[in-house]
Design a protein around this ligand. Sequence first.
Ligand SMILES: C[S@@+](CC[C@H](N)C(=O)[O-])C[C@H]1O[C@@H](n2cnc3c(N)ncnc32)[C@H](O)[C@@H]1O
Length: 337
Amino acid sequence: MTPVTYHKPVLLNEAIRYLVTDPHGIYVDGTLGGGGHSAHILEHLSEKGRLFGIDQDDDALKVASERFRGEGRVSLIRGNFGYMDVLLPKETDGNLSGILLDLGVSSHQIDEPERGFSFQKDGPLDMRMGELQDLTAANIVNEYEYEALRDLFFTYGEERESARIARAIIRDRPLETTGQLRDTVSSVIPERFRNKSLARIFQALRIEVNSELNMLKRALEKGTALLREGGRFVTITYHSLEDRLCKHFFRYGNFEGKPVKNFYGDTITPLQNVTRKVVTASENEVAVNPRARSAKLRAAVKLQIDPDAGTGMGTGAADKSADAGTNHKSGKKGGAT
Ligand SMILES: C[S@@+](CC[C@H](N)C(=O)[O-])C[C@H]1O[C@@H](n2cnc3c(N)ncnc32)[C@H](O)[C@@H]1O
């Protein structure tokens, strides 16, 4: 299998332009996948540069290790990027020049029916991104109480018919396959809304199975601590829940989106946005790669440690630094700024 059929990288040039500022630096690709972004990062590194590629999926690691065979600058690591502080060697602490997270699942994972990610293919209700977790979608669908299921679909899927769908699932239990779940959801949702509801229900289950939002929060906090001053954090997200976390964290250093001020009234934050507005894919890219349609890229730089702030963090007016990107979307149009 060639890497391109495994997964076509999204916002490739934009991601690397924001990420790589020092060709001799140490970089982390926390979502290695088929290695599309990693390969492009390597093209921008000198012989001294280093890249750590992390993935929790053995298939991804297999494809990437084939792709980077004999490439001495690359080290591949099996694990969850939420634990990058534990997975990476000690000497990277405070020395990273950049971290990239291209979130979600790869095309390969979606295309394999036995992984259970797609409602368009029949397979077991699994949805684990890697073998490191125990919880599967079948556990959730068959064991969660009504209220827990309803709240899960509402919170992680933003599904308005979450109560009705949760009731139908309990009625039809046990459910073992993606096809059975699709039939259950379809029995209570009119045809014209069905695909959107199915996408939201599958998204909610995937987020829960893989603790996606908790792992993202941990990665943003721990990853920022690992960056050197001037190091970059770049994220590519595919739904509003994860985009909101990145947006708030890059701007305020917390997930609530609340400014924390010092004695002088300056916002205390470890990072500063380098993308003034969210970066999205061009029409040309979306035409050849529909997955790029929902992608949102954000990038931030680690601020200088300010001893006067007394917190070990820098202070800065967010959003004022140079913005070298293209394809920016305004808050109104993109739904996020
Ligand atoms: C969208 S794909 C990345 C594709 C990659 N950028 C490329 O160009 O081929 C996301 C990958 O990240 C992995 N992944 C998602 N969440 C993860 C996590 N919390 N820890 C480690 N790997 C994760 C998935 O297994 C998948 O292989």
